[in-house]
Design a protein around this ligand. Structure first.
Ligand code: BTN
Length: 249
């Protein structure tokens, strides 16, 4: 996989820029990075505050897989970030977790968010490609966030630079992505499960079918959350915001 990095001092959103390049025929391996974003976005249409000093990137991929498999790319990116942070963070007593479906946590605080957006011409069941947006808090975190947040330099004895993050993420992304393309999701699921946040804890979420409450039991073969409800039945959640109950998380 060959990477071509386009660096901008300021953009509205690296995902917007990468999506425009994807639509124009931009190749797999294009990576858009920006020092700052004026309209960075997260999941559920949330604003991703994007001040200077942090890492804002969007990767173009063209995996030629059906739409329903593309959400697995959030886990691919999370594992790449997780491996990178384990390599870069040089102090002990720092715990890394993956918070389903797309966050990376250090000591229970969010330091990375991932946003997958796909592009399809509508002429085929297989989307043309995808943009994987990765935001990593290096030097600061926003003050008010839905889930508690922090930044990676808070946990490192030596300041980690944006260039170190960029250099490292390319290699880790390449190896996890190629593994996923060639061998599927099973190995990635195993790696996620070893460090998944909230396993065995109470969770709740609202779905079109109503409120689901229960214990976070595990992950399905395609990355959904298995919840054991109070009645003892198991249900699967594929896309929804899960709230981890504070009393036991
Ligand atoms: C989330 O946690 O809700 C996902 C946040 C994703 C933020 C990144 S920053 C780089 C890329 N460009 C964007 O506009 N969003 C993603």
């Amino acid at each position: 996989m060959k990477f071509t990095v386009f660096h901008f001092p300021i953009l509205e959103s690296t995902n917007d820029k990468a999506l425009a390049l994807l639509e124009e025929g931009g190749e797999e391996g294009i990576v858009v990075i920006a020092d700052q974003q004026t309209a960075g976005r997260g999941r559920y249409g949330r604003h991703w505050i994007s001040e200077k000093g942090n890492f804002y990137s969007s990767f173009i991929v063209r995996p030629k897989k059906p739409l329903e498999r593309l959400s697995e790319l959030a886990f691919v990116a999370a594992i790449a970030v997780g491996r990178l942070l384990e390599e870069l963070i040089d102090s002990g007593n720092v715990e890394l977790h993956y918070k389903w479906p797309n966050d990376v946590l250090l000591n229970q605080k969010k330091v990375c968010g991932i946003l997958i957006e796909s592009y399809s011409t509508g002429q085929s069941a297989i989307p043309e490609g995808c943009v994987i947006g990765i935001g990593i808090n290096i030097a600061s975190n926003p003050e008010f966030t839905v889930f508690p947040s922090s930044f990676i330099n808070h946990y490192s004895r030596h300041p980690i630079t944006r260039d170190q993050v960029l250099d490292g993420i390319l290699g880790h992304f390449q190896s996890v992505y190629l593994h996923w393309l060639q061998q599927g999701f099973a190995g990635i699921r195993q790696e996620l499960l070893q460090k998944i946040y909230g396993l065995g804890k109470n969770i709740h979420t609202t779905t079109p079918k109503g409120l689901i409450q229960g214990i976070f039991e595990g992950l399905t073969d395609d990355g959904g959350v298995i919840v054991r409800t109070i009645g003892g039945d198991c249900m699967t959640i594929k896309s929804s915001e899960i709230i981890f109950s504070p009393q036991n998380s």
